[in-house]
Design a protein around this ligand. Sequence first.
Ligand SMILES: Cc1ncc(COP(=O)(O)O)c(C=O)c1O
Length: 452
Amino acid sequence: MKKSTLGPTYEEMLHPSKLDASLRKQALAAKKDELDPMNLFNITWKKENNEVNKVVLPKALTGVDANIVVMLGKDFPSGSHKVGPAYSTLIEGYVDGDIVPGKHTILGPSTGNFGIGVSYICNLMDYEAVVIMPDNMSKERYDRIKGYGAKLDLTPGTESDVILTLEKTHKLSKDPKNVALAQFELMPNYRFHRHVTGYSAIEAVKGVGNGRIACFASAPGSAGTLAAGDQIKKEYPEAKIAALEPYECSTLMDGGRGQHRIEGIGDKMCTLIHNVLNTDFIALVSDEDAVRGLKVLRDGVDVLAEFGVEKKQLKAMRDFFGVSGVCNILGAIKMAKYLKLGPEDNVVTVATDGFDRYDSVMEDLENRYLETEDFVLRRWFRDIFLKADTENVADYRSAAQKEKLFKQKENDWLKFGYEQAYLDKMKSMDFWDEEYEKIYEYNEKIQALRNH
Ligand SMILES: Cc1ncc(COP(=O)(O)O)c(C=O)c1O
């Protein structure tokens, strides 16, 4: 049997400093060649100095007293943290004997970054991969996936685009040769983010404000990232978790299913792995605000400097965010205002990827507007950042609101053959804690096979 290259355990992704010193050294050296399989050991939020890769946004930019801490996903191998769930799902399948190199083709249902992660991991670990995704995502995404050697299976980008990729994935999964890394359904995505992202978020606020987390705000695609909130709440029970949605596609809030421009989020469903018990608030961010906000951060250095944001920091931040990262920042600002947070309070959010896959989105913006000169960017900055309001935030803490989300989940998943009894189990936190606890077993299994 062909052997797969084995990478890190969950614990090593959280703490790469725990890797054997020579292994860590090889991993860091591999950053020069992204197709070196040693890069598996660079799947982590940590920089070379073992600190979380993050930025605390200048208050002159956010306009709020609270500290907005953004964890940066762009330096993960393949350019987004979505490689973490892709790797975790593949390695769990491998150590369980369900995914066999040379025998199985890997399917990656995605809106882009997960597909990029899947194709990248499959390149490093030597599997054939097919990425199933809508045909209306940014061009940069398709180029990357093909560049890593995976095949693309595109579904029409329509009203229910991600549901179509799911249907296609379920159809192709009937062939025993195919195994789907089903990010919307499988728990390794939850485990990766609850453990690796959750604890990294907890570390990220050390030395910032009161060192605690008052709010974690994140826009779900698969809702994997939101799982970090489950661990944050264990550490800081007062923390509020906000799920952000595009205003144009407010599926969780009120069943809205419109097209929108924030790639990677707003997938028109309540995903199976979304622990709605811990979703306290749902807040909406306009897609055009996220795209214009990215333009401001990208090209508004001079304008923002007029408002007191340091030029040096602005220049450093130009590459840090994609559209969903800006959506998360705007959602974090909204939540800081809504929760009336003060200068000691921290709101944590995430930038899943960086600017490198959004040139075409900026070009499109230029084509849609007559002018994007400084006077326009100045207006956009004031309106989008400084005048951010607290409208379109809904409190989802009551039993009645939770029931709405459970129902949404049933509508989305019973049709794919999941049993009502399984969905009912998800109504208890015990279900999520038991799923999380499996990381210890997988840590051991991965380690044992690596030493073999
Ligand atoms: C750019 C971008 N932002 C946000 C998300 C959402 O992350 P998650 O799937 O963990 O909810 C994704 C997911 O693919 C993404 O690609």
